[in-house]
Design a protein around this ligand. Structure first.
Ligand code: NAP
Length: 326
């Protein structure tokens, strides 16, 4: 694997700078997407139990990875995530083993705590009361972290990390950790550049991964008339200059500032295009231009309607991460 196409995590593992995202990749499409990705050179797949498609991802991995197949297991970096209903320390190992079974793997390269907020234990993804509100649990993420560390000790996962944690919450975990978090995976794109969180991650040796790096145009709650990140005229102008697409400029910007990206696509031509970001570099001025598009716009926060207003669904959870400035 080419050196500039990977970053080295605090564990010493090399993680490819572009991975295939799989959230919303529908049944009947995701297997083909993973096969296309592996066949055109992806060596990193971003999964999660909550996406409900790990079995199909596993079907694709089984066709390409392992003894007698094109790829050795060590050549592919696979991430999965522990869902909010599985934070209780007694549930963590079973949740990890269930993802492993679905993905047909014997270990994960990286296992993330999907959100700092714990929900009520059980099999329902979104445990709700009759009035529709989500049932929380008071399990603290530090208790969950200890159970995550045991997975490393057992060899079920090579590295553990966080997702959607604020800098303060990351520091809590780092302060108590036997195995430090290798990654914090957070929403990040030119409209939410996360400069402060990135600088904090760098200072504590945590790799930042950008989720929804293309602005998540297919998120279920996107409105039809909202301005799309990839249609931003400034990005368009930069893309034209380099004879690249807006998506490639956005991904290149991340890679060049040391941020790993996991763009999702089920379209073979886009899957291929999104990996082709290591054959050009943006000038300092263009890097600044992309950075200047930041407007603190978060797309991935569940919202609900209350008293006629759209509000953050989980704002009252004691570990809701987005009250912190970063
Ligand atoms: P995204 O990758 O920002 O955007 C996906 C959308 O962009 C899809 O509609 C896709 O369409 C389209 N697209 C992909 N490549 C394109 C290109 N080259 N040109 C134009 N359009 C393109 O959104 P995301 O799925 O929200 O985020 C990516 C991944 O991050 C997820 O799949 C998941 O693995 C991870 N994630 C993690 C969390 C977390 O809490 N940790 C949250 C959100 C996402 P087609 O598929 O139709 O090609």
């Amino acid at each position: 694997m080419d050196m500039e196409r990977t970053v080295t995590l605090s564990t010493g593992q090399r993680m490819p700078v572009v991975g295939l995202g799989t959230w919303k990749s529908a049944a009947g499409q995701v297997e083909q997407a993973v096969l296309s990705a592996l066949d055109c050179g992806y060596r990193h797949v971003d999964c999660a139990s909550a996406y409900g498609n790990e079995e199909e991802v596993g079907g694709a991995l089984a066709q390409r990875v392992g003894p007698g197949k094109e790829l050795r297991r060590e050549e592919v970096f696979v991430t999965s995530k522990l869902w909010n209903t599985k934070h209780h320390p007694e549930d963590v190992e079973e949740a990890c083993r269930s993802s492993l079974a679905q993905l047909s793997l014997s270990y994960l390269d990286l296992y993330l705590v999907h959100w700092p907020m714990a929900f009520q234990r059980g099999e329902e993804l979104m445990p709700r009361r009759a009035d529709g509100t989500v049932c929380y649990s008071d399990t603290h993420y530090l208790e969950t972290w200890r159970a995550m560390e045991a997975l490393v000790d057992q060899g079920l996962v090579r590295a553990i990390g966080l997702s959607n944690f604020s800098a303060r919450q990351m520091d809590d975990v780092i302060g108590a950790a036997r195995h430090r978090p290798a990654v914090n995976q957070v929403e990040c794109h030119p409209y939410l550049s996360q400069a402060s969180l990135l600088s904090h991650c760098r200072s504590v040796g945590v790799c930042m991964t950008a989720y929804s790096p293309l602005g998540s145009g297919d998120r279920p709650w996107a409105s039809a008339d909202e301005p799309r990140l990839l249609d931003d005229p400034k990005l368009g102008a930069i893309a034209e200059k380099y004879q690249k697409t807006a998506a490639q400029v956005v991904l290149r910007w991340q890679v060049q500032r040391g941020v790993v990206c996991v763009p999702k696509s089920v379209t073979p031509s886009r899957i291929q295009q999104n990996l082709q970001v290591c054959d050009f570099s943006l000038s300092k001025e263009d890097m600044r231009q992309v950075e200047a598009l930041d407007r603190g716009e978060r797309y991935i926060v569940p919202t609900v309607e209350r008293d006629g207003q759209r509000v953050w669904r989980d704002a009252e959870h004691p570990h809701f991460p987005f009250h912190d400035a970063f």
